[in-house]
Ligand binder design. Structure first.
Ligand SMILES: Cc1ncc(COP(=O)(O)O)c(C=O)c1O
Length: 305
């Protein structure tokens, strides 16, 4: 088993996939990517590439924003990713990282008159946040970039400097993760996760107009909460002080899964322990991503190596 790439239309060991140092995307962040989980189901001997179609649809939206034309359909992207996972030989959870980028080796900031290319890598991912113990957060001194700067609805590489500034500031100050506010001071999201609050027994999450990435895990949680727990989610603006009053709070993301937030700005969230709604959603999510629930077959892309 090994990290593998689909690169220049070939399947290769990752160590053989190289790009030139003048590549446009490296200098100017002109690329967009996805993070997809391939969940290994030991009992069924297969991977569930969870909501891979939705990830590739979002990547193609990012390509439109960046004026890239990939020449692959969502179905083709899913097929070649499935083959890549098979070739890697892994029999454990994998992390899939597709990236579409301005591949011309050219100097000059622009989006036009450049070649595009695409690769996808399969690797493994250590736990991103501690979903069992929960995480401690701070409100970042960095504000979330807004749609008039770099559109956050695309996973555009350049935008992640904003996330990296916030994440490292949080980490250097002894926190696990940062919560970014919008330019107007409303709660937006974590550096690589969406955020939910439980207030008065209701689920609340910031709306797309508050400069969030429209997360696929966010959507999964909204649907699981409604279908399985009978809880509606309110998508509305959230004030910073509401974070301090919430009964429960958690992050969602492909890398982070559902990560309980136990402390924000040195204040305990609710009782300071993992809340009951958060715990129920974690349990539901952990089983649904394995691809066994017939209610959610449209979310599953199964690969049996
Ligand atoms: C900034 C940001 N917000 C939210 C998310 C969560 O999105 P998803 O659930 O689609 O992984 C991510 C992760 O991709 C992210 O980078």
């Amino acid at each position: 088993m090994a990290d593998y790439a689909f690169f220049h239309k070939k399947f290769l060991p990752l160590s053989e996939a190289k790009i030139g140092i003048l590549t446009h995307a490296l200098h100017y962040g002109t690329a967009c990517f996805e993070g997809i989980r391939g969940n290994w189901d030991r009992e069924q001997n297969r991977f569930c590439l969870f909501r891979i179609q939705d990830h590739y649809k979002r990547m193609l939206q990012g390509c439109r924003i960046l004026k890239m034309n990939l020449q692959y359909s969502v179905d083709e992207l899913c097929r070649l990713t499935g083959e890549l996972v098979e070739r890697s030989g892994y029999r454990e959870d994998v992390y899939i990282r597709p990236l579409a980028y301005k591949s011309s080796e050219a100097v000059g900031v622009r989006l036009h008159n450049l070649e595009d290319d695409f690769f996808v890598i399969v690797t493994t991912l250590p736990p991103y946040l501690d979903t069992e113990k929960g995480v401690r957060c701070c409100t970042s001194s960095w504000r979330r970039v807004d749609d008039t700067m770099i559109p956050p609805r695309g996973k555009i590489c350049g935008i992640y400097v904003n996330s990296a500034l916030a994440k490292t500031e949080a980490w250097e100050n002894g926190f696990d993760e940062a919560i970014l506010l919008t330019q107007n001071g409303h709660v937006s999201e974590g550096s690589g996760e969406n955020i939910f609050l439980v207030l008065g027994g209701k689920l609340i999450t910031p709306p797309s107009s508050d400069d969030i990435l429209l997360g696929i895990t966010r959507d999964t949680v909204i649907k699981l909460a409604k279908n399985e727990l009978g809880i509606d989610t309110l998508e509305r603006q959230v004030d910073r002080s509401e974070l301090y009053l919430a009964e429960e709070c958690f992050f969602t993301g492909t890398a982070a899964n559902i990560a309980p937030i136990l402390e924000i700005d040195h204040r305990p969230v609710g009782t300071g322990k993992i809340g009951t709604i958060t715990a129920k959603l974690q349990k539901l999510y952990a089983t649904v991503i394995l691809g066994r629930n017939p209610k959610y077959t449209e979310w599953y892309y199964l690969v049996s190596p």
